[in-house]
Write a protein that binds this ligand. Structure first.
Ligand code: GAP
Length: 546
């Protein structure tokens, strides 16, 4: 599948628009249009239902070590700045970036990828050609090899047919693997050696609280929803009387000032997360980690992500975040990535007691296999915690301890994008329906995710058919998202619904006037069958599932 085709469909049919488009757009920000908002809401509702409200705490879930409870939360985007100091985001949440002195562009250090290439190059003043070795780079992740060839052709002043004279070395790597950048041809530069040395860049958006605007009033837009859960741990325990093991779930916006936002909504500066912090006994945390890893993976496959494009990848020890004892990523082979590459949809992390202890004691650092309070140059704690008691007292075991945490952290926008990519189909098999069109494009969404569940058409705009269709539309609309369409040939109307992924179309035709039945048509099989008008609601709800 070509990503550009999906991006064009998303824009044309109102799934996604570039933010502030009429002013030229804003890089890294996206608006969900009328269908996109329904799709993303369905993704979030499915998550909220399956993880939280539909969870039966009296029934052992398959694979779970024991019964458990779940609670919901909606915390604020701007929180006390000390939270980010204790969580580590203030000191550690940064990426390395390089600037290009020539193009004036800024790139994330580990996103600039390229290869060494040697060829003959004439000097600027027409000097004779000399052998030149340069590390050619690109930011194009989809057609990387072609983009590199094009960049090299341009640099060496070669025509396409002469490209064979170049000698390429080594695999594609990012520039963070190089010792020095002086022979690197930046992604948009004409000359090598224009990239600066990498510099740290904090990804949190800074803002100011109140009118005075001094440094003491500085605050941050949250870069993750997780910390809102940790700082409310005690409140939830005290107000709901949940017992360990239990989880707190939250869906909400997060903000990261990404250096190179790209790949449609995959890496945005404003996005939504769906996070669970699951609090458990330290001795049982390894079992809960495995439970959540497998459970979250299954959630995606149950909603239609094909298993060969989805994978579970355990992090190597060196890859683990500073707080984590174990992390697995759930990854999807997005079509904009080079062949064989996967992009993260969700991380499932074993966070130990790092977060609750940090919010009690202050910012912690690892010393061997212990977490200790980080000290400043004066020997005092670098960032003080709240000083509040965030331990848990187990009245059955008669013990007090800091619970361990398993965190399944997923992105609503990335999940929505993966469901869109997976759903995109172009079907060229001729069928009776496709007399006029050689191809049909359809989004094969899981019925729970489809933004529109059914469309109702009168076959023609006469003989009372529009009235009956409008009545059916009104009845269905009270229960589900439905569209009414009477414009154009019925084949075209089917095509319009296929393109937005509507699972079922209902057509009122001549036979409806005689026997009260309507035609129901399935998006994927293209099968059509007749259903009594009165039984339509039941038939649709059965077929749509939950
Ligand atoms: N609390 C842990 C945490 O935030 P993360 O891996 O940084 O972990 C979790 O983020 C998920 O949030 C990612 O797997 C991804 O789905 C989503 N996410 C992170 N950064 C994103 C971005 N810039 N744009 C869109 N989604 C993003």
């Amino acid at each position: 599948m070509q990503m550009e085709e999906l991006v064009a469909l998303c824009r044309r049919r109102g799934f996604l628009f570039q933010s502030s488009e009429i002013y030229g757009g804003l890089n890294g920000f996206w608006d969900y249009g009328p269908l996109g908002v329904l799709l993303k809401r369905n993704v979030k509702d499915a998550w909220w239902h399956d993880m939280l409200v539909g969870h039966n705490e009296q029934k052992l879930q398959p694979g779970a070590p024991s019964l458990y409870e779940m609670a919901g939360l909606d915390s604020t985007i701007i929180m006390h700045p000390q939270i980010w100091k204790c969580s580590g985001h203030y000191d550690l949440f940064h990426d390395f970036m390089v600037d290009c002195r020539e193009s004036k562009k800024r790139y994330r250090y580990d996103h600039v990828k390229g290869r060494w290439v040697t060829g003959l190059k004439h000097g600027e003043g027409g000097e004779p050609a000399a052998e030149t070795r340069v590390f050619v780079t690109t930011m194009d992740t989809e057609n990387t090899e072609d983009a590199l060839k094009e960049r090299a052709a341009h640099f060496f002043g070669l025509r396409k047919k002469d490209l064979d004279s170049l000698v390429w070395e080594g695999p594609l790597t990012d520039i963070s693997a190089l010792d020095d950048l002086s022979r690197v041809l930046g992604p948009d530069a004409k000359h090598p050696g224009t990239l600066t040395e990498p510099r740290e860049f904090n990804l949190m958006f800074k803002t100011t609280i109140g009118a005075l605007g001094g440094e003491d009033d500085a605050a941050f837009l949250r870069p993750e929803t997780a910390q809102g859960i940790f700082v409310n741990f005690k409140n939830v325990c005290d107000s709901t009387r949940v017992k360990i093991p239990f989880g707190i779930a939250q869906i909400g916006k997060s903000f990261r000032n990404e250096i190179t936002p790209r790949n449609f909504t995959f890496r945005s500066r404003e996005f939504e997360q769906m996070e669970i912090e699951f609090f458990c006994y330290p001795g049982e945390s390894a079992d809960w980690y495995r439970y959540w890893r497998d459970r979250r993976f299954k959630w995606y496959t149950d909603l239609g992500l094909a298993s060969e494009k989805l994978r579970l990848r355990e992090h190597e020890q060196a890859e683990l975040a500073h707080y984590s004892k174990g992390t697995a990523d759930i990854e999807y082979a997005f079509p904009f990535l080079p062949e064989g590459d996967f992009g993260e949809l969700e991380g499932v992390a074993h966070r130990g007691d790092f977060d609750l202890r940090s919010h009690m004691e202050g910012k912690l650092v690892r010393e061997g296999d212990r977490l200790v309070l980080e000290k400043g140059p004066d020997g005092q704690p670098k960032h003080r915690g709240s000083g509040k008691d965030l331990t848990y007292y187990d009245d059955q075991r008669k013990e007090r301890f800091v619970p361990h945490v398993i965190e399944p952290s997923s992105g609503a926008d990335r999940a929505t994008l993966a469901f869109l990519c997976e759903a995109y189909h172009v079907d060229s098999v001729p069928t009776a329906e496709k007399k006029e069109d050689a191809q049909r494009t359809y989004l094969k969404f899981h019925p729970r995710l489809a933004p529109v569940k059914a469309a109702v058409f009168p076959l023609v705009k006469k003989d009372g058919m529009p009235e009956i269709a409008a009545e059916i539309y009104g009845e269905l609309k009270e229960k589900m998202s439905v569209q009414y369409d009477e414009k154009g040939a019925v084949g075209r109307r089917y095509r319009r619904q296929d393109e937005i992924g509507t699972p079922f179309c209902v057509t009122v035709d001549g036979q409806t006037l005689q026997d009260g039945t309507v035609t129901l048509r399935d998006r994927d099989t293209l099968q059509q069958w007749r259903v009594k008008k009165d039984e339509l609601m039941g038939e649709l709800t059965d077929r749509l599932g939950k």
